[in-house]
Design a protein around this ligand. Structure first.
Ligand code: GUN
Length: 305
């Protein structure tokens, strides 16, 4: 089994951009724009059929600076796609009981098709309890155990946005996943674990690395597909990347000199990779696009369309 087929490395439209190292740049911004245009068309068709737009509630508790940026972007993107955005901004002092009450209200609101509670939540609020309280049919994050379980059982319904974005990006560039050795670095509930399930669904041979992994370098070196979701700047040296591998970098970190960088040392990795995502402009925009797609999916599923 070799690396993903080099002939297939082309986006659905246009000529791919290559890094100076020769790797195809996986342009998440361009693909996300395409997904968002599809979502806007589906949202308009839904509105025509149902007499209302799909609705997405985005809840933020407290004012974590990074969360505020993400939430603002999600709300703006919803609006641009023709999805009605319901904003709920609660103070950091909000109790778990109050948040659970809000989730219950949103579960019962027929105008709300999707509910997203931005993580992390303030100390003292149990995120698992909150995630578990979201109606699985409105769980546009795909974090509810029902949606995780359905993905694990090869019958995905609402799929976690970042892993789903990786799969969509791979599809758009014709990157073969079936039969490839895929290594996921990071085992979080938000990215690493569902990413492993998505890659398994795509019939890759999957390894998940975490703080207990004995020889991370060896696991990365033999991977045809690498997904990095660690949250540490330049955590994976480019010299570890197998020549021709597809590299999906989920990390968005601030480097010591103030730049936004991923979990993979981009310049050196791009000398070896066949495909690589930039940071920013890779999985960040894809995550938002897949969230909007999930919101319209949830609206259609709830309406029996
Ligand atoms: N915090 C960081 N990423 C995410 C995400 O995808 N969804 C939610 N709800 N919170 C996050």
């Amino acid at each position: 089994m070799g690396t993903p087929e080099a002939t297939a490395g082309r986006p659905a439209s246009g000529t791919p951009t290559r890094t100076s190292g020769g790797a195809v740049l996986l342009d998440g911004k361009a693909v996300a724009a395409r997904v968002r245009a599809e979502v806007a068309a589906r949202a308009a068709a839904f509105a025509q059929a149902r007499g209302r737009r799909p609705g997405l509630a985005v809840v933020q508790v407290g004012n974590d600076a990074a969360s505020s940026v993400y939430v603002r972007n999600k709300r703006r993107a919803s609006h641009e796609a023709g999805i009605e955005s319901f904003a709920h901004d609660l103070p950091a002092s909000t109790s778990e009981a109050h948040l659970l009450e809000l989730v219950g209200t949103l579960n019962g609101d027929p105008r709300v098709d999707g509910i997203l509670v931005q993580l992390p939540l303030p100390r003292g609020v149990d995120a698992n309890r909150v995630m578990d309280a979201v109606d699985p049919a409105k769980d546009v994050d795909g974090f509810h155990p029902v949606n995780t379980g359905l993905l694990a059982q090869k019958r995905p319904r609402l799929r976690p946005c970042t892993p789903f974005g990786v799969i969509r990006l791979a599809q758009e560039y014709g990157i073969t996943l079936t039969g490839q050795r895929a290594t996921v670095v990071g085992a979080s509930n938000i990215v690493g674990r569902p990413m492993a399930l998505e890659l398994l669904l795509a019939r890759a041979t999957v390894t998940v690395c975490h703080t207990g992994t004995r020889d991370l370098r060896a696991e990365v070196e033999r991977a045809d597909v690498v997904v990095a979701a660690v949250g540490q700047p330049d955590f994976i040296p480019g010299t570890w990347i197998k020549p021709g591998a597809a590299v999906f970098d989920v990390g968005i970190n601030r480097s010591a000199d103030g730049r936004l960088v991923g979990d993979v040392a981009f310049e050196s990795a791009a000398q070896r990779a066949g495909w690589i995502t930039p940071v920013p402009g890779g999985l960040g925009p894809m995550t938002i696009a897949m969230l909007l797609s999930n919101a319209v999916d949830a609206a259609c599923q709830r309406a029996g369309i």
